[in-house]
Design a protein around this ligand. Structure first.
Ligand code: ATP
Length: 394
């Protein structure tokens, strides 16, 4: 297990600055996803780690060793791509053995290594088949096997599941989590799919425009987004982000959000508003309460998904996305009482986007290993909030 460090890494393609200066310290044995919209620099970051691109400046370390000037083959890494890139004329066993052959591993040692990998990935019965005789998921497993057989220190995965259908993808997500648990190796995973990042990672590096926006556990990123970009990017459906104003009220800070006037709980903000503070307010779909409260929401759209429905409702000028139970019985045109979970409101500075919450109720959580990640007791009391108390239509 080795750490991976990006130290002020800058990458320019001619005049275009893809990464102005990336600092990222990945701990040994972590599964870190680089997540962000198209063009944010995640593939460039991975390719520099692989040695397929040279940084313009800065240092990249694998373990204690600076690898800037090392060729990909000298870095002790293995990469799995979106396209499986298997050799069609070779059997599964030959495909997995190929890196061993190329590296001059004696012929007599190869079958045992191939068998160990095949057992790990449950490819044993498929070893004599050609790639075209395999499903997409099986082909991706062979590609993983070809990376594993080299026993690298670090695995780099570039959107390896994006060619698979939804069901297979879910299956492979579980397989990759299991694989990481068993191997305990450092893995760096590029994706634009937040579900993949949220479900598999020990920590997620959220990037935008070449800049790291937040590097934290999935729970922390969801419950405590560092800025308005991360808040809007993470979560499906996305959280409602709306302009608001905070002023000093009689009982503490008073939030004006559309027609709502809300006293914020004591200690909710890390700042004391002086005068009027212009903010962006973030509200997760599960933090809107229908059927109670002094506000009034007009239901515009109801999207049933089975066990829950996603509702679009307007309260004054603000359009909220709301998660309700599938049997909530709401219809477009209904006008219902409505409230917000005040202690769950995310408050961002409107100009800088920076988070202004005090976040006192959240324990600091920094699980670095798969064990830490999987162990609920390490989750610092953060509970995914699915509890809904929406009472139905008024
Ligand atoms: P995607 O999800 O679309 O793959 P990404 O987040 O992986 O996007 P990168 O591929 O790393 O983004 O690209 C970052 C920026 O660098 C983009 O503006 C891209 O156009 C630019 N870029 C990437 N590779 C090159 C290159 N070889 N030459 C010039 N510009 C490049």
């Amino acid at each position: 297990m080795v750490p991976v460090t990006f130290d002020k890494v800058r990458k320019q393609f001619g005049a275009l600055v893809a990464l102005p200066g990336l600092d990222l310290a990945i701990a040994a044995g972590e599964f870190v996803s680089l997540l962000g919209p198209s063009g944010c620099g995640k593939t460039t970051t991975l390719r520099m780690l692989a040695g397929l691109e040279q940084p313009t400046s800065g240092r990249i370390l694998i373990g204690e060793r600076m690898v800037n000037d090392l060729a990909p083959s000298e870095r002790d890494i293995a990469m799995v791509f979106q396209s499986y890139a298997l050799y069609p004329h070779m059997s599964v066993a030959q495909n997995i053995a190929y890196p061993l052959r190329k590296r001059g591993v004696p012929k007599a040692e190869r079958p045992a290594k191939v068998k160990a990998v095949a057992d790990l990935l449950q490819l044993g019965p498929l070893l004599e088949r050609r790639p075209r005789q395999l499903s997409g998921g099986q082909q991706q497993r062979v590609a993983l096997g070809r990376a594993l057989v080299r026993e690298p220190k670090v695995f780099l995965l570039d959107e390896p599941l994006s060619n698979l259908d939804a069901k297979l993808r879910a299956h492979m997500r579980a397989e990759l989590i299991e694989l990481h648990r068993r191997l305990g190796k450092t893995m760096v995973y590029v994706t634009h799919d937040q579900l993949e990042a949220m479900t598999m990672s020990t920590r997620i590096a959220v990037m935008q425009g070449g800049t790291l926006q937040q590097f934290a556990t999935p729970a922390e990123i969801y419950h405590r987004p560092a800025n308005a970009f991360v808040a809007g990017f993470i979560g499906t459906p996305a959280m409602t982000l709306a302009d608001g104003e905070i002023a000093a009220g009689e009982r503490g800070p008073l939030l004006k959000l559309g027609e709502l006037r809300l006293d914020l709980p004591p200690g909710h903000l890390a700042v004391q508003p002086e005068g009027i503070l212009k903010v962006t307010v973030g509200v997760r779909p599960e933090d809107v309460l229908l059927g109670r409260g002094e506000g009034r929401a007009s239901i515009r759209v109801v999207e049933p998904t089975g066990h829950e429905s996603i509702v679009l409702a307007k309260a004054g000028d603000v359009a909220f996305t709301i998660r309700v139970p599938g049997d909530a019985g709401l219809c477009p045109g209904d006008s219902v009482p409505f409230d917000l979970r005040r202690d769950h409101l995310h408050i961002f500075d409107r100009e800088s986007g920076r988070r202004l919450n005090a976040d006192r109720n959240f324990a600091a959580i920094q699980p670095m290993s798969r064990d830490g990640y999987d162990n609920p007791s390490s989750c610092g009391g953060i509970v995914t909030r699915h509890a809904l108390s929406n009472g139905g239509a008024g």
